[in-house]
Design a protein around this ligand. Structure first.
Ligand SMILES: Nc1ncnc2c1ncn2[C@@H]1O[C@H](COP(=O)(O)OP(=O)(O)OP(=O)(O)O)[C@@H](O)[C@H]1O
Length: 123
């Protein structure tokens, strides 16, 4: 039990480190808050909400992995190296793929209810 609590503390420290040092992590958190507020405002159904939560978790998790890879690469070398570039660029690419898919999922989930809301206002 003590080991498990230590693991939780280290994991939380990793999340805190990423939030403090990575501007992109703070941007993801801002959009996470905006998406959750929008989902509440538009009363998004449970299944769609689960989908949104899955994408939010995917993007935040990959940003944490990206942070870990950046730190590991910088630990190994501060010199320019094509493999260091390949590792960092691939990690950043993973975040981009997840973020792009999240935007598409957001449009699919939010599009129809947002359209209905705007149509209500205009009538
Ligand atoms: N040691 C290196 N050798 C070669 N290229 C590097 C090296 N370190 C960084 N780069 C290049 O510079 C880019 C930015 O690296 P940096 O470590 O500043 O990450 P970052 O700006 O914090 O990235 P992100 O926006 O994903 O958080 C990398 O994606 C890579 O293309």
């Amino acid at each position: 039990m003590y080991r498990f609590l230590c693991s939780l503390r280290f994991a939380w420290a990793g999340i805190r480190h990423a939030v403090m040092t990575q501007p992109n992590m703070r941007i993801h958190l801002f959009f996470t808050a905006a998406v959750l507020a929008g989902a509440w405002w538009l009363a998004i159904p449970r299944d769609d909400l689960l989908l949104l939560l899955l994408f939010i978790a995917l993007v935040l998790s990959l940003e944490l992995v990206n942070t870990a890879i950046e730190a590991a690469v910088d630990l190994v070398t501060t010199n320019r190296h094509p493999l260091a570039k390949a590792a960092k660029d691939a990690a950043a690419g993973a975040v981009l793929v997840a973020a792009a898919a999240s935007v598409v999922a957001g449009i699919i989930v939010f599009g129809p209810p947002l359209y209905r809301k705007i149509a209500e206002w205009l009538m």
